[in-house]
Design a protein around this ligand. Structure first.
Ligand code: 1CP
Length: 341
């Protein structure tokens, strides 16, 4: 069974043997070849030039025997295409050129032409498939409506996005209007990705934890389900939910194929709580990749043994790989996984 077949069979809970492996934000700053390219081009130049985006997507696959490739892009290309550009702040993190402040700002966002403006993603996906062939899986992605709204309303990175939480709480009608607009763009965007040959789509709900339990559905999951209902008949959807483990049961009715979890939840506990049909993706602590190969081997074996025999497990880090991750730790992760029987 090749990597792609293994990945697809895990998405259908039918994989036997070792789980497939890929790493989020794999094209990240820990690779010297990425940093070298980045000295020549801005991040957005790389994202918007299909040949460069594909080169960056392939960099980790050239070094490591991963089973899947995720297209090099960013969740914030969607607000950008809707008319809200972004930049890297000098002190780190992302800034949006302006914040959404009033309902009028929502009205001004362009939902009609935004997917045309994202055609560079389609071109990159078509080119990436050509390069990786049929033996590796290819993933597309987007941010969830809630997580995108966090950046759009608070105007960039924040530890707790207070303006977004306040807007959702105090003006639920105008908030829903924004969510509906973002969701309609995401449906078209994901359909475009589906028709470009992705094997799965990951929706990143990175800021899910900021939704209190009683608003979890209204602020986030409802919109993800609306999108899934329109797209999941074409391609399986994995929801990355960075959320407290105590409320995993609230995700049981999600209309997705799988859930990806951060390292704070024990994956075998999640298996007992969530429907058995769900693929479970995760969830090594990304910190481990900054330690030593021996430690990576130990932690990876612990997780692999915990999930032994689970036909719907995709091995992944609990969050994106960090700039200080060591290459020899990635090598240990791949070797340990590949040798696991
Ligand atoms: O050169 C650089 O400094 C760019 C760093 C970088 C990279 C490599 C950013 C800026 N984005 C990306 C690529 C990226 N982002 C991918 C492509 C896949 C890959 O290369 O492996 C993906 C899937 C993302 C997803 C993403 N972007 C998320 C969701 C996942 C998560 O981290 O929770 C979020 C929240 C973003 C926004 C964003 N873009 C970039 C950064 C540093 C951030 C986080 C900003 C913050 O701290 O709030």
């Amino acid at each position: 069974m090749n990597s792609r077949e293994k990945f697809i069979s895990s998405l259908h809970n039918k994989n036997h043997g070792r789980p497939p492996l890929w790493v989020m934000r794999q094209a990240g700053r820990y690779l010297p070849e990425y940093r070298k390219l980045r000295e020549k081009y801005t991040f957005l130049e790389m994202v918007k030039t299909p040949e460069l985006a594909v080169e960056v997507s392939l960099q980790p696959l050239k070094r490591f025997e991963l089973d899947a490739s995720i297209i090099f892009s960013d969740i914030l290309v969607v607000p950008e295409a809707m008319g809200q550009p972004y930049y890297f702040r000098d002190q780190g993190g992302i800034g949006m050129e302006f914040k959404l402040e009033t309902e009028n700002c929502i009205n001004k966002l362009d939902a009609d032409n935004s997917v045309d403006k994202l055609s560079y993603v389609k071109d990159a996906l078509l080119l990436l498939r050509k390069q990786i062939g049929d033996s590796k899986a290819m993933l597309g992605f987007c941010g969830s409506p809630w997580t995108l709204a966090c950046y759009m309303i608070d105007g960039g990175s924040s530890p707790d996005f207070p303006r977004t939480v306040n807007w959702a709480k105090t003006s639920p009608n105008s908030f829903a209007k924004l969510m509906e607009k973002i969701s309609s763009v995401l449906v078209n965007y994901l359909n475009m990705q589906a028709s470009s040959g992705v094997d799965a789509i990951q929706i990143f709900d990175s800021w899910n934890a900021l939704c209190p339990d009683k608003y979890l559905n209204e602020w986030s999951l409802y919109w993800i389900n609306q999108i899934s209902l329109e797209v999941s008949n074409k391609v399986p959807i994995i929801l990355y939910a960075k959320t407290p483990s105590g409320r995993l049961h609230l995700f049981s009715n999600c209309k997705v194929s799988g859930i990806s979890l951060d390292h704070k939840t024990k994956l075998s506990d999640a298996r007992k709580i969530l429907p058995s049909s769900f693929t479970l993706q995760g969830n090594l602590n990304p910190n481990v990749m900054e330690t030593s190969p021996d430690n990576v081997e130990h932690k990876t074996l612990k997780l692999l043994n915990e999930m032994r025999g689970d036909s719907g497990h995709i091995l992944n880090l609990g969050h994106g790989i960090r700039p200080n991750a060591k290459i020899e730790c990635m090598e240990a992760l791949v070797k340990t996984t590949r040798e696991f029987t």
